[in-house]
Design a protein around this ligand. Sequence first.
Ligand code: NAD
Length: 352
Amino acid sequence: MVRYVGVKHATGLVASVGIERFIIGLAQYIEDDFRRWPQFEKSARIASHSADGVIELMPASDGELYGFKYVNGHPINTRRGLSTVTAFGVLSDVSTGYPLLLSEMTVLTALRTAATSALAAKHLARKDSRVMAIIGLGAQSEFQAIAFKALLGIRHLRVFDSDPAATEKFVDNLERLGFAIDVAASSADAVIGADIITTVTADKTNATVLSDNMVGAGVHLNAVGGDCPGKTELQRDVLLRSDVFVEFPEQTRIEGEIQQMGPDFPVTELWQVITGEAPGRRSAKQITLFDSVGFAIEDFSTLRYVYDQTQGTGFYSDLDLLAEPSDPKDLFGMLSRPAQQTSRPLLAAVEA
Ligand code: NAD
């Protein structure tokens, strides 16, 4: 049997742990895995692009466990009453190849993206950061705000979305969680006085959510929404003034903000900042930019965390995903002999 964590169990688990505590624990798992980065088998995700979006497979392995996530990105979907991003993932035992866990990952992706953003900011933003601007108030946005509160103590938000309904939803969801929220009239208005700027919009185009004149000295930029070829949020000049930190350069050069720059544009890998092998912020005036695209190791950490967190709880069910014949060489017996695990032999069903 494979442990199955569906949406009800995932949301129930997060509620029972408490979302801030859940994100803090998840960020710790991600940080632990970033610290042992060289141990991982890594590759840029495999993307299948279409006119309206992308479907991606994201694998990673540490030699003992193997994880992958299936995720889509379709900015047009909200106009169809569907989500921009949905996902599920699998964690397997490398020694047998057997899956251990199948989990929903739409909610978990929002949590892990936010946890990774806040983890990056913990290492890169000025320690005296108090105010965060968020531009784009869709599905990911509340998770970003809560992660920055949990890991950096950010309580003051300045926010903007071109859709007033999204803004209203965001304020309604977060007001009671202890945030002071200023609703801005534009992106330019939102970033005034912000120590950290999170851009988390969805548009399948090279957008200019942040132009160079909007970014002051000392700011930390958390650019989340530019994560596909031809889909960026920052004006190129912003990158020229920033020190850029990335997850996996081979993937980010294709998908991130730095797709706008040449192949030799200098970047620092976030894991090296976390281990102390590379410097993070060196001055209060420096502009740091986390060019987030989402990397497979973050999903691997999330699956590992969910597997550990659900152990001994009621937040999963057993799924008969795997055929497990009593004689492993007699797979056919499962079809022909009802006693072998299937409630109704498939052959009988086909013949009926
Ligand atoms: P969503 O469609 O739910 O929300 C996006 C919001 O951005 C919408 O409310 C929309 O009105 C707003 N918006 C679009 N253009 C804008 C603009 N120019 N100015 C202000 N607001 C604007 O999408 P989501 O699920 O919240 O995802 C947001 C983005 O984050 C997507 O691009 C998605 O692909 C990306 N994402 C990245 C990661 C990562 O790891 N980096 C993970 C998940 C999602």
